[in-house]
Design a binder for this molecule. Structure first.
Ligand SMILES: Cc1ncc(COP(=O)(O)O)c(C=O)c1O
Length: 444
């Protein structure tokens, strides 16, 4: 029986290596011994692989599974909606779940956000937001505005326009050049005066939109001052630039508030949301527009927003997302993110003291925390390429029951349902991971 089971696992791994194209990773690396995990089941903050090893899902999938794994309620909602009505043409009709979800989003988002354009992924939400911004200017008779500003280090997705506004080392754009004309990189995620300078240099009358994550994970989860976002809001108002807040990761409680823009008291013109909108129980995302933006699409047929998607506002995804938002609200998960996030942050500071030779910084907000490592903190020495710190840290994390992106930065973003004991379990495991990293590099 044991052999049969083992053969079954091997068969899955072999067929995965032959037929499945796993995103972003070098497939050859996966054929190395035990490199490929086949995830089989999940419960709460835990995932189990096909070899029955249990891990803490320390990045909530990809900042997705807010309500935790194994929620029967969401499966039931999907099943009920599929039985009642699985699909209706989204280019012509509304459905009840789509109306209910759009209404809820208008209620919980920052003031002024009124209308939801539903799509299937964060990239498509960014794509839709950029189309909205450009066509909004066009509808007002201003076709000179075409540039889109985004910040160094930013990540906004993989469709063409979204890729164009990425400026992250995480993505090599070279094979796809040239990018969308007018995708302009701005410096600095913490000082608005640099962005002000780029706006002036690029001629404000040519700039359609500015897009940024309120608190950027791609840039290392540094939290800007309120004055940063307030100044950006002023600059966008002054120069009639559409301000797009990309809340694809930040949204729905990840930072300890429903939306990260609430930390700064700023309302964007458009907000992009995805991931925790459904906690991953069904694919759905949205570009959420303020009244100011959606009003710009009123009038004759030529003013209607160009471009739709067959799966946009899918009734099953909308029903699941609404039930997911109910769980987040009813179980106080946003408050838990703030509370347990602060607790984890305080424990990470203790961890830094214990491992002060390699931990250079710990920071974050809510359940979006980061631990930064250096080869030698005192000497300010970074890891070298041949240190293969990514491999060393990831393996040490796996060996200690943690699944997350590991490397010189360790992401700590568990599901928002996490409790105190589980938070302690994470910190204890990280302690072991750091011991291993220290001994691997002969630091003691
Ligand atoms: C800030 C941000 N925007 C957009 C995206 C793209 O989302 P998706 O992968 O769902 O297309 C991501 C993905 O991680 C993201 O982090």
């Amino acid at each position: 029986m044991a052999t049969e089971f083992a053969d079954g696992i091997k068969d899955y791994i072999d067929r995965s290596l032959q037929h499945l194209w796993i995103h972003t990773i070098q497939q050859d690396e996966l054929s190395q011994d035990d490199a490929l995990l086949v995830i089989k089941s999940g419960e709460g903050i835990y995932l189990t692989d096909s070899k029955d090893r249990q891990y803490i899902d320390l990045m909530s999938g990809l900042w997705v599974v807010a309500v935790g794994h194994g929620r029967r309620k969401l499966a039931d909602v999907a099943s009920e909606q599929m039985s009642k009505m699985s699909f209706a043409n989204p280019f012509s009709y509304a459905t009840e779940p789509a109306i209910d979800l759009a209404t809820r989003l208008a209620e919980i988002t920052p003031e002024g956000i009124e209308r939801a354009f539903f799509v299937n992924s964060g990239s498509e939400a960014v794509e839709a937001a950029l189309r909205m911004a450009k066509q909004w200017h066009h509808n007002r008779g201003d076709s000179k505005k075409y540039k889109v500003l985004s910040r160094v280090g930013s990540y906004h997705g993989t469709t063409y326009a979204a890729m164009s506004v990425n400026h992250s080392s995480y993505m090599n754009k070279a094979p796809f050049e040239p990018m969308m004309p007018g995708a302009i990189k701005t410096p600095s995620i913490l000082d608005a005066s640099f962005i002000e300078q780029v706006i002036k240099d690029e001629k404000p009358e040519t700039i359609a939109a500015f897009i940024a994550e309120p608190i950027s994970t791609a840039n290392g989860s540094h939290v800007p001052d309120s004055s940063y976002w307030q100044r950006l809001r002023e600059l966008c108002d002054e120069h009639n630039i559409v301000l797009i807040a990309d809340e694809v990761i930040n949204g729905f409680g990840r930072t300890g508030k429903w939306f990260a823009m609430e930390h700064f008291g700023v309302s964007p013109d458009i907000m992009t949301v995805a991931k925790q909108l459904s906690s991953g129980y069904a694919p759905i995302a949205a570009a959420l527009a303020s009244e100011k933006i959606s009003d710009g699409f009123r009038g004759d047929a030529s003013k209607a927003l160009v471009g739709g998607s067959t799966w946009g506002a899918h009734p099953v995804s909308c029903a699941v997302a609404l039930a997911n938002l109910d769980i987040i609200a009813d179980e106080g998960l946003v408050e838990n993110s703030e509370r347990t996030g602060a607790y984890i942050a305080s424990q990470l500071e203790e961890l830094q003291k214990r491992h002060s030779k390699i931990v250079s910084d710990t920071r974050g907000i809510g359940l979006m925390q980061i631990v930064d490592l250096k080869r030698n903190v005192e000497a300010g020495e970074e890891f070298r390429i041949d240190d293969e710190v990514g491999k060393v840290v990831s393996q040490a994390m796996r060996d200690n029951g943690l699944l997350s992106r590991g490397g010189a930065s360790i992401q700590i973003a568990p599901p928002l349902v996490i409790n105190r004991e589980e938070a302690d379990e994470i910190v204890d495991s990280l302690d072991q991971v750091l011991d291993t990293v220290e001994s691997t590099y002969g630091i003691g």
